[in-house]
Write a protein of this length. Structure first.
Length: 383
C-alpha cells in the first residue's frame, strides 16, 4: 500500500473536509472537459467563476474582499488537488498575483479588484519575464514613463501564464534607473485596452491546458493610481517578499504529481503481464518503485514541514529555495522512472504518465530556475 497523505498537524478536519469537496468538484465538473481544454490550448476564463463560488479561488483572502479569511493552507490544498487531476498552475498564478494587491494595494485598489478576483469574475496574470530577461528581474526593459495622471507603457513580455485568458495584469516595469530600485508594479485592466496586444499563444512541451503568451505594450496608458505601493521603485522588494509562499505553490504540485504517478504505476505494473508474470513481480520493478515511494514520502514530509513553518510565519527563504529545487528535480526524476515502467504505452499521450512527464519539466524552470535556487542557498552558506 502506498503511503497516505501523511497527515500533518496543519491538516485539521476542516481542511480535510475542504479537500474532499474540492476533489469531488474537480472530478465531476472539470476533469471531463480537460482533454478539450488541452487541445484548444487554454481553460476558458468563465470556468473559474463556479470555482470562485465554491470558495476555491482565493480562500486565503479576507472575507471583507470576498474570500474566506482562511489560512494559506487552504490554497495549497486547492493546488494539491488540481495538480493531482493534471490541471496547470492557472489559479496558483492567480493567487500569487492577488497577494501583491492584498499586501501592497491601497484600500481603494483592494476594494476594486480583490472581490472580483475571489469570485472568479477576474483572472489575473503576472507579467515579469521578457524576451531578454528571465530570472534576472533587475534587467527588465519594459518602461513606464509618467505623463500627467498616467503612466505610458512600452515594451514586451514573454512566457506569461494566463496571458491570453486573464483580464487583469500585474506588470513589472522600469520607472527609474537601472537595477532593482528602478522597478515598479502597475495593475492593468486589459479588456479593450488601447495599445495592449496579446501575441501568440505559445506552443509548449507540456502544460497544454495552460495558456502561455507573448504580450506587447505600445503606448499603453495606465492610471497613476494603479501603481502598487503608492511609491515608485518598490516593485523588486514587493516581488521578493512573496517568495516563500510562491515556492510552496510549486512544491505542492510537485508532491501531488509524484504521488499520483506512483499510484498509477503500481496499478499498471500489477496488471501488465510480461514473460508469464506481472511486471510487479520483477525485482527491478519492485526496487524502482520502492525507491520512488521513499522519495515521495520524504518529499511530502519535507513540504508538510515547510507548510507548517509558513503558517507559523517561520519559513525562511533558504528552506523555501531548497524545497523548490529539490522537489521539482525529484518530480522530473520520478515521473521519468514511472514512465519507463509503462514501456511504449508510457510514451503515448493518452496515458496520464506521459502527460505528467511532459508537464513536470517546466517546474525546474519557472518560478526561479533551479540553478538560481542553488546559487541563492550557496550565498547564505558563504556569507
Amino acid at each position: 500500500m502506498l503511503p497516505q497523505l501523511h497527515r500533518h498537524p496543519w491538516m485539521d478536519d476542516d481542511i480535510e473536509s475542504f479537500r474532499s469537496s474540492i476533489r469531488r468538484y474537480i472530478e465531476r465538473e472539470m476533469t471531463p472537459h480537460l482533454d478539450g481544454w488541452r487541445r484548444q490550448g487554454y481553460i476558458p476564463r468563465e470556468v473559474w467563476r463556479p470555482f470562485g463560488k465554491l470558495g476555491a479561488m482565493l480562500p486565503e483572502i479576507g472575507s471583507e474582499y470576498g474570500g474566506s479569511g482562511a489560512s494559506l493552507a487552504y490554497q495549497l490544498v486547492v493546488q494539491d488537488e488540481l495538480a493531482r487531476a493534471e490541471f496547470p498552475a492557472t489559479t496558483a498564478v492567480h493567487s500569487i498575483a492577488s497577494h501583491y494587491i492584498a499586501d501592497y494595494g491601497t484600500p481603494e485598489q483592494k476594494r476594486r479588484w480583490l472581490p472580483k478576483l475571489a469570485s472568479g469574475d477576474m483572472l489575473v496574470a503576472i507579467a515579469l519575464t521578457e524576451p531578454g530577461c528571465g530570472s534576472d528581474l533587475k534587467a527588465i526593459r519594459t518602461r513606464a514613463r509618467r505623463e500627467g495622471d498616467d503612466y505610458i507603457i512600452d515594451g514586451s513580455k514573454m512566457f506569461i501564464t494566463n496571458g491570453y485568458t486573464s483580464n487583469l495584469l500585474i506588470v513589472a516595469v522600469r520607472t527609474g534607473d537601472e537595477g532593482s530600485r528602478g522597478v515598479s508594479l502597475l495593475v492593468l485592466e486589459t479588456e479593450n485596452l488601447p495599445g495592449f496586444t496579446v501575441g501568440r499563444r505559445l506552443e509548449k512541451l507540456g502544460q497544454h491546458a495552460s495558456d502561455t503568451a507573448e504580450l506587447f505594450f505600445d503606448g499603453v496608458r495606465c492610471p497613476a493610481d494603479n501603481l502598487l505601493g503608492e511609491q515608485e521603485g518598490r516593485g523588486f522588494v514587493q516581488l521578493m517578499s512573496q517568495l516563500p509562499y510562491e515556492r510552496m505553490l510549486l512544491c505542492m504540485p510537485a508532491v501531488a504529481v509524484v504521488d499520483r504517478a506512483l499510484e498509477l504505476t503500481v496499478e499498471y505494473t500489477k496488471s501488465r503481464k510480461a514473460f508469464g508474470q506481472s511486471l510487479s513481480d520483477f525485482q527491478n520493478t519492485r526496487f524502482k518503485l520502492a525507491e520512488c515511494a521513499t522519495i515521495a514520502h520524504v518529499m511530502r514530509t519535507f513540504v508538510n514541514d515547510c507548510i507548517q513553518r509558513l503558517l507559523d510565519g517561520k519559513l525562511d527563504d533558504e528552506a523555501a529555495y531548497m524545497a523548490k529545487w529539490w522537489c521539482t528535480e525529484h518530480q522530473c526524476r520520478i515521473t521519468d522512472e514511472c514512465l519507463q515502467l509503462f514501456g511504449g504505452y508510457g510514451y503515448m499521450t493518452e496515458y496520464p504518465i506521459a502527460r505528467m512527464y511532459a508537464d513536470s519539466r517546466v517546474q525546474k524552470i519557472y518560478g526561479g530556475a533551479n540553478e538560481i535556487m542553488k546559487d541563492l542557498i550557496a550565498r547564505k552558506l558563504f556569507e
